[in-house]
Design a protein around this ligand. Structure first.
Ligand code: PEP
Length: 249
């Protein structure tokens, strides 16, 4: 019932021409890919990359958006502007937004609801810090971020939400959660969503794992019952490393 979904977060990397080169390589190498794919370049490359991805099996994603539709918000990018560029999905609540840019659950929830209201798909990121894991709070942190992130989201909209479990200590560090540890948190998130929306919605929910996913660990992670894909950072910057993840197994 669930399908695998592999997304690449290019973060603040690449000029337009470099982004175009990667997008072209992904289009050609993933055209026979069996899963759902997304590429999320920087805002500055969305138009360029969007033109290359149009009509392919790779969705165009943004890495963030403002919580307001428009107005006096210097430096922000709105959902209307993203839609105008053909963006189909947006990553919200990434740990770099939460921890470096101090976005809280209430702000992230406003963004989630606004994105859904405008027809975008959402990848909602949750994940604990190392000290929270060491204090035995990983499940509680992910549960709170999930519940608050989804507040006010109707059951009919849940099909457009993907949750990405990204333990903060595993992002960009080379440390990956073991498949068993990741699966345990994914199972917990699924239980939480079941409590909120019912067993059918929980069973259909796509939950990606993110945190130093590489070609050599993707298949073991994806083999776990509750891991339905990956949100990939560093390894998404080259077709040579993203494509084997996207075609794992
Ligand atoms: C991310 O930024 O979402 C991420 C998972 O990064 P990395 O794959 O580099 O750990």
């Amino acid at each position: 019932m669930r399908h695998y979904y592999i997304a690449g977060n290019w973060k603040m990397h690449k000029s337009r021409s470099e982004a175009a080169e990667l997008a072209r390589a992904l289009v050609s190498q993933l055209k026979d890919g069996k899963h759902k794919y997304l590429a999320a370049p920087s805002f500055t490359s969305l138009e360029t990359v969007g033109a290359i991805l149009k009509g392919t099996n790779i969705l165009l994603g943004a890495q963030n958006m403002a919580a307001e539709e428009q107005g006096a918000h210097t430096g922000e990018v709105s959902v209307l502007q993203l839609k105008d560029l053909g963006v189909q999905a947006v990553i919200l609540g990434h740990s770099e937004r939460r921890h470096t840019y101090k976005e809280d659950d209430a702000l992230i929830n406003r963004k989630v609801r606004l994105a859904l209201q405008h027809g975008l798909e959402v990848i909602l990121c949750v994940g604990e810090l190392l000290e929270e894991r060491e204090a035995g709070k990983a499940e509680a942190v992910c549960e709170a971020q999930t519940v608050k992130g989804l507040e006010g989201v109707a059951k009919e909209s849940l099909a457009r939400i993907t949750i990405a479990y990204e333990p903060v200590w595993a992002i960009g560090t080379g440390k990956t959660a073991t498949p068993e540890d990741a699966d345990a948190i994914h199972a917990h998130i699924r239980r939480v969503v079941g409590r909120l929306y019912g067993a059918d919605a929980a069973a259909a929910l796509i939950i990606q794992y993110g945190g130093s996913v590489k070609p050599d660990n993707a298949a073991q992670l994806m083999a776990k019952e509750n891991i339905d894909g990956a949100l990939v950072g560093g390894a998404a910057l080259k077709a040579d490393t993203f494509v084997p993840i996207a075609k794992f197994g």
